[in-house]
Design a protein around this ligand. Structure first.
Ligand code: GLV
Ligand code: MN
Ligand code: MN
Length: 402
């Protein structure tokens, strides 16, 4: 246990150090293949090589360290962050994979690959999972997406020194995938439990709605004659909130608003609003999205504001593999902890690889349930417990369980 506690302290220190690799001074923001990602790759590569791993960067920018021979187990998560992020979302899962290799001193009776995915959050291009989609061969349709500066995914890959035409070589052929991740919610804390097994990951939809009215003078335009795009968007946002409050298990969020011209004495003529909708049952989520789109059109008609809707993501809910999840539960029990099962409301790389290989996830308690925020934390004892469970899992894993 004391080895795991030391390793946990080291893992937390690494996460905190990697959190300083940022696009913005004083806070952690690291989007797909941005300059600070190079520093993260440099640190991880050095640590991986120091414990005998062979390291490569694949064509989409996933950092991949491999050790051992024979059937392959992958431990992965992502290295990108939201804007003004905490230090643990994603990165902890990669650092813990590396810590397990270190704890085993390289003696792995199969191939263990630790993958730091290039992108999971969807901050730069509006669509998430670029890294894990490359692992399963579904990233190619995303190459022409453009970021806010008009730079495409393909160009970003080229500027980083990689070749998007080689995307196929990023494909993963493995017998299992394991992801360690902070819970990012309050459930484990309420259970007074350090760890939980993820049974399923909720599906998610991501859309952009553009409300187009007429920008005009705030002092001279009579109220009944206004075509205020921001007021229309605001009315629709309350509909979004109401739908989520009145549908069990539904989460719906307008997280991003761009109002134009966004000036005190001008009616806004154009608003682009993001919509993020999640539910464990795909039919409920899709029905909610349709309802919210119809609602936006109805509000727009009444206010003479045009509404255009772009649907960027319809990611179904995904179950984790029962056999692998069972080994994880056994591993937790072997450390003397109670086994708790959870559904993840957050999206994870595991949900992208799960249709192609057995996947399992271990959640670590999030103090205060805080995540996607600089106050995101982990407890050192919980990280040590996760490493103990990881060792037990690796001891029990057998590719025939696949
Ligand atoms: C990823 O963090 C998500 O938004 O679920
Ligand atoms: Mn996240
Ligand atoms: Mn994450």
């Amino acid at each position: 246990m004391s080895r795991c506690l030391d390793a946990a302290r080291g893992a937390i220190a690494r996460c905190q150090m990697l959190a300083t690799c940022s696009e913005e001074p004083g806070r952690t923001t690291r989007t797909f293949l941005s300059p600070p990602m190079r520093d993260v790759h440099g640190h991880l590569r050095a640590w991986m090589e120091a414990c005998g791993m062979e390291v490569r960067l694949d064509a989409v920018g996933n950092l991949r360290g491999t050790i051992g021979q024979g059937p392959r187990l992958v431990i992965g998560s992502h290295l990108d962050t939201v804007r003004d992020a905490g230090a643990y979302d994603g990165v902890l899962g990669v650092v813990l994979g590396l810590a397990l290799v270190e704890l085993l001193e390289g003696h792995v009776p199969f191939t263990l690959e630790v993958v730091g995915c290039a992108e999971e959050e969807g901050v730069r291009f509006g669509v998430p999972f670029l890294g894990s989609r490359a692992l399963v061969g579904t990233a190619a349709p995303l190459l022409d997406l453009a970021d806010a500066d008009g730079i495409s995914v393909r160009q970003a890959i080229r500027s980083y020194g990689l070749d998007a035409d080689q995307l196929e070589e990023a494909r993963l052929d493995a017998a299992g995938y394991l992801e360690f991740h902070i819970e990012q919610g309050p459930v484990l804390e309420h259970l007074d439990a350090p760890l939980g097994v993820v049974d399923a990951i909720a599906g998610q939809s991501r859309l952009d709605l553009t409300f187009t009215g007429q920008a005009n003078h705030a002092g001279t335009t009579p109220m009944p004659l206004r075509r205020d795009a921001l007021a229309a968007a605001a009315e629709w946002m309350l509909l979004v909130e109401h739908a989520a409050h009145t549908t069990s298990g539904l989460m719906a969020t307008v997280g991003q608003l761009h109002a134009t011209p966004n000036i005190r004495n001008v009616i806004n003529g154009r608003v682009v609003a993001s919509l993020d909708v999640r539910h464990a049952t795909d039919e409920v989520r899709r029905a909610a999205v349709d309802h919210l789109c119809e609602g936006a059109h109805a509000i727009g008609r009444r206010r003479s504001v045009a509404v255009d809707i772009a649907r960027h993501l319809d990611q179904p809910a995904v179950a984790m593999a029962p056999a692998l999840t069972g080994i994880l539960a056994e591993a937790i029990a072997a450390t003397g902890l109670t086994v708790h099962h959870l559904t993840s409301g957050a999206g994870h790389d595991a949900m992208i690889v799960a249709p192609q290989m057995p996947a399992a996830m271990l959640f670590l308690r999030s103090p205060g349930g805080i995540s996607h925020h600089p106050d995101e934390r982990v407890l050192v004892e919980d990280v040590a417990a996760a490493l103990e469970v990881g060792l037990q899992f690796l001891h029990r894993w057998d590719p025939r369980h696949a």
